[in-house]
Design a protein around this ligand. Structure first.
Ligand code: F6P
Length: 320
């Protein structure tokens, strides 16, 4: 293998730049040429491909976002776009491709594998919803961003004897809510993995108030099948408590990556290169029990994800 390609795809995540740096510098150290592909699969289809050197990744380890830009490509899902992507890889003589992204992006990676492309997938998403790794690149930074916001919201909620519902991201996965809830001392964590019982929510809030707990923080994952606005209104109507909502939104996707995310990105990025040069293709790289791991990409995507529900249960007990 002489030349590899590298792209980021789907929602950006803090630490993607540290992963790009690791792949580029790791590859060059091992005698490979690296071509950066801009805007994910869309840029691959459009041929937005350029050679990278050690300097092209200088001064990015601490930056959020992705210098390669990213996109959610609809074109790539269609036959014609997919063919164009394959042709472009051939034109640029790219023999191996590193794809950094979340669930949708790694399913796209799997389609490329089935078409004969040699691929390595790296888990880059704040959602922590990939089954083959304990943590995804971006998750820790996102949780810390939520934690910092929750601390500030707690101050004002306490001053006003108020209940605040904080909506966090994560798609169908409640991990951001669970870890931010546990570490932020949330009175309640609502996640898509568990059915929300509105009566129980209201009863707990009233019991808390009767026990002298005058303010509460509820962390609600976006994937819960009741909107945050409905939740806020229902609590207000059923309990009479002063209730507000905050949707944290895209702030959770930006910012300088934490040490943990930079470490995961550096180690997993280097592992992607190591696999390619040792002829081990079509793998997903993950981090399990504090060690880098890799699995067949297809098998990796079908694994059962480690559940963080026990942390949610501990949080419930500690926040009473
Ligand atoms: O997958 C990351 C994520 O931030 C999810 O948590 C969120 O649901 C989604 O992306 C938002 O995507 P978009 O940038 O397309 O609005």
């Amino acid at each position: 293998m002489k030349r590899i390609g590298l792209l980021t795809s789907g929602g950006d995540a803090p630490g993607m730049n540290a992963a790009i740096r690791a792949v580029v510098r790791g590859a060059i150290y091992n005698g490979l040429e690296v071509f950066g592909i801009e805007r994910g699969f869309d840029g691959l289809i459009a041929g937005e491909i350029f050679e990278m050197d050690r300097k092209s990744v200088s001064d990015i380890i601490h930056r959020g976002g992705t210098v390669l830009k990213t996109a959610r490509s609809t074109q790539f899902m269609e036959e014609q776009g997919f063919r164009m992507a394959l042709n472009m890889l051939e034109s640029f003589q790219i023999e191996g491709l590193v794809i950094i992204g979340g669930n949708g992006s790694l399913h796209g990676a799997l389609d490329l594998v089935k078409a004969g492309v040699k691929v390595i997938g790296l888990p880059g998403t704040i959602d922590n919803d990939l089954p083959f790794t304990d943590e995804t690149i971006g998750f820790d930074t996102s949780v810390n961003t939520v934690l910092s916001a929750v601390g500030k919201i707690r101050d004002t909620s306490h001053s006003h004897d108020r209940t605040t519902v904080v909506e966090v991201m994560g798609r169908e996965c409640g991990d951001i809510a669970i870890v931010a809830g546990l570490t932020g001392g949330a009175e309640m964590i609502l996640i898509p993995e568990r059915t929300v019982d509105m009566n129980a929510v209201c009863r707990t809030l009233v019991e808390n108030r009767n026990n002298g707990k005058m303010s509460s923080i509820i962390i609600k994952a976006e994937g819960v099948d009741i909107t945050t606005a409905e939740l806020e209104q229902t609590i207000r109507e059923k309990t009479g408590l002063d209730t507000k909502m905050v949707i944290l939104g895209y702030v959770q996707r930006g910012g300088s990556p934490t040490a943990r995310d930079r470490m995961l990105a550096s180690v997993m990025g280097y592992e992607a290169v190591r696999l390619l040069i040792s002829g081990e293709y079509n793998k997903a790289v993950g981090f399990r029990n504090n060690d880098v791991v890799s699995y067949d990409l297809q098998e990796a995507m079908q694994m059962k994800k480690k559940s963080l529900l026990p942390l949610s249960d501990i949080s419930d007990i500690l926040s009473k």
